[in-house]
Design a protein around this ligand. Structure first.
Ligand code: MRU
Length: 358
């Protein structure tokens, strides 16, 4: 499957070249493919905040390159460059609150900085660390695709109708995707009849990004309103809901794009299996349960307007962009370290003791 996934690769969103971070501007998709070049940490933080780049692993990877860019500037400025770089770390850490991959990647970059020895080239070391984070996410995607496909095959091997939410593909990761990586793998194995993509209000990651990625690869995809999901499960023979995650806590609770929780409740009611796919960089063992996850709330205009055009009455809008699905609604969490079925605290702790499978 690895070779077939690699051969089918069409989209990438993050490119480190010529000493700059190039990001495919996801605010403009699917209509325009515009790349933005970031040359310093501040522009990377801004790109994350404004969702030029989005998706938990992609945010972490971008922040890591942001540190490498910050170090170059701070060293060129002279003086106490490590102290100055601290403010870049803070700026990047403040860009978005929910996806833990951001903090995980920043911690890795900080640890690399602390391991520098006399005579080491800090720029080369930090750039290499950011590239390693990027590459290992890509590898994790490939491993998870294989594990997720094996899980589907073990449950029901025949053709599947799959429902997914938000965008978890090449645009959201360093490679092929988390949930969408499993869906791609299942398609290559001839196991997918049709993918239903929730439009994912209000930012429309489903209709603008997931539908675009799947259509580009010739994978049959049908778009549905988020509110059609329960009806779909009842009438269209959905066998799996497959989603990604932005933070998974020590007991297996999962924060993901707003709307995921109601999908899990509906899936349980309809006997549809519910799979979460995320690299172990998304697991935050420092939080006991999902109640402790900071949930980002964004500007109400994302809800009240489309393309700058006001849609609704002039009232306040509540716009939390993530929710928490309790572990007991989840059939399986697929990571590059292995699969946890019916997650709980003991199984999550065991998983984190395992080595990566790649
Ligand atoms: O607000 P976004 O678009 O950054 O949210 C992304 C999601 O919620 C994804 O489902 C999640 O990050 C998994 S992506 C591999």
């Amino acid at each position: 499957m690895r070779e077939r996934l690699l051969a089918a690769e069409k989209v990438k969103a993050i490119d480190w070249r010529d000493g700059a971070l190039h990001l495919l501007d996801q605010r403009r998709l699917p209509f325009e493919e515009i790349w933005l070049a970031c040359h310093d940490a501040a522009s990377v933080a801004q790109a994350i905040r404004d969702m030029v780049v989005r998706g938990a692993p992609a945010i972490g990877i971008s922040a890591a390159y942001g540190v490498a860019l910050g170090a170059r500037l701070r060293l060129a400025e002279g003086g106490d460059w490590r102290a100055a770089l601290d403010s870049d770390f803070s700026l990047l850490a403040a860009s978005r609150p929910t996806a833990v991959n951001l903090f995980w990647a920043l911690n890795r970059m900080r640890e690399r900085l602390q391991r520098l020895r006399d005579g080491d080239d800090p720029l080369a070391a930090l750039e290499a660390e950011a590239m390693a984070i990027h590459l290992s996410d890509r590898e994790a995607n490939l491993t998870m695709a294989q594990l997720g496909v094996d899980l589907i095959r073990r449950n029901q091997g025949n053709l599947q109708n799959i429902l997914t939410h938000c965008n978890t593909g090449a645009l959201a990761t360093g490679g092929f995707g988390t949930a969408l990586g499993v869906i791609r793998g299942a398609w290559l194995e001839g196991m997918v009849e049709r993918v239903y993509a929730d439009e994912t209000r209000p930012w429309l990651q489903g209709s603008r990004l997931t539908a675009w990625e799947l259509a580009n690869e010739g994978i049959p995809v049908t778009l549905n309103a988020d509110s059609a999901a329960a009806h779909l499960m009842k009438t269209r023979g959905i066998s799996w809901v497959i989603v990604g995650a932005d933070r998974i806590t020590a007991n297996g609770d999962v924060a993901n794009k707003i709307g995921t929780y109601q999908l899990a409740v509906s899936a349980m009611h309809h006997g549809v299996k519910f799979m979460v796919v995320a690299p172990s960089s998304t697991i935050d063992m420092s939080l006991a349960t999902g109640d402790e996850i900071p949930i980002e709330e964004r500007d109400g205009r994302e809800l009240l307007e489309v393309g700058g055009q006001r849609l609704g009455a002039d009232v306040p809008a509540f716009n939390p962009v993530f929710d928490v699905t309790p572990a007991d609604l989840i059939d399986a969490i697929v990571t590059e370290r292995g699969v946890v079925e019916r997650p709980d605290a003991a199984k999550m702790a065991q998983l984190m003791c395992r080595k990566r499978l790649h």
